[in-house]
Design a protein around this ligand. Structure first.
Ligand code: HEM
Length: 201
């Protein structure tokens, strides 16, 4: 199949939009959470130093051994019905937009338990099924089905490498100037940034 210059430009825009804000938003929230939860920052650093030591650049073998938990916040994603479809008891006409509220599903106490609002990475220690009260498909930070995120492996590896390299070199804690303002656009971004105090190790 031949691809036109316009299609190529469109593909590049898709990869940029889908891949840039999402991963840097994920990294920003991870820095925030690890700044607040110093015990998890130390635990993650211990793991990174055990796998890579203080200076080794993370390699593909090592990053598969990192079990750093990636906490993802994603506001929602959307489907447009392109042919008449029956969904459970609903008949969906063409053009209907279906919003899948990932963030609401990721905050449902019936699925995650009453402590859903707490940062508890170890809720995943026995797998997603256990963490979700046997609803593993309720955890869908990268979507689900035929259009699941094309950049899943790339993004998780990129995030692991970045966090590992930061943890190898610095400690960080939250700056008193930080203002919490989650702002949903496509991903939920920290509207005013994440200000941290960084110290070299
Ligand atoms: C933390 C980072 C990321 C998150 C949370 C994320 C999340 C998602 C989600 C929720 C979807 C929609 C899936 C669906 O509709 O079922 C999606 C689709 C997509 N993502 Fe990502 N993504 C991330 C990074 C990336 C990166 C780095 C790339 C590419 C370099 C990428 C490329 C794509 C593409 C091309 C699609 C559309 C797939 C399709 O419609 O077939 N994403 N992503």
């Amino acid at each position: 199949m031949k691809i036109s210059a316009d299609q190529l430009v469109d593909e590049c825009k898709t990869l940029y939009v889908a891949g840039q804000e999402t991963t840097n938003t994920l990294l920003s929230w991870m820095i925030l959470l690890l700044s607040i939860h110093q015990e998890w920052q130390e635990e993650a650093r211990r793991e990174v130093l055990r796998v890579f030591g203080p200076d080794k650049t993370p390699d593909s073998d090592g990053i598969t051994r990192l079990k750093l938990v990636i906490i993802l916040l994603f506001a929602g994603f959307m489907r447009v019905v392109d042919k008449e479809t029956r969904l459970g008891k609903f008949d969906l006409p063409v053009g209907v937009q279906l919003h899948i509220p990932i963030m609401a599903i990721h905050h449902d106490p019936d699925i995650w338990g009453e402590d859903v609002h707490l940062f508890k990475p170890d809720r995943f220690s026995e797998g997603v099924a256990k963490a979700t009260n046997n609803n593993p498909s309720a955890f869908m930070p990268f979507g689900m089905g035929p259009h699941t995120c094309a950049g899943f492996n790339f993004a998780t590896n990129e995030a692991k490498i970045t966090i590992a390299m930061i943890l190898q070199r610095f400690t960080f804690s939250l700056s008193p100037g930080y203002v919490h303002s989650p702002f949903p656009v496509l991903a939920v971004r920290p509207e005013k940034g994440v200000q941290v105090i960084i110290n070299a190790l």
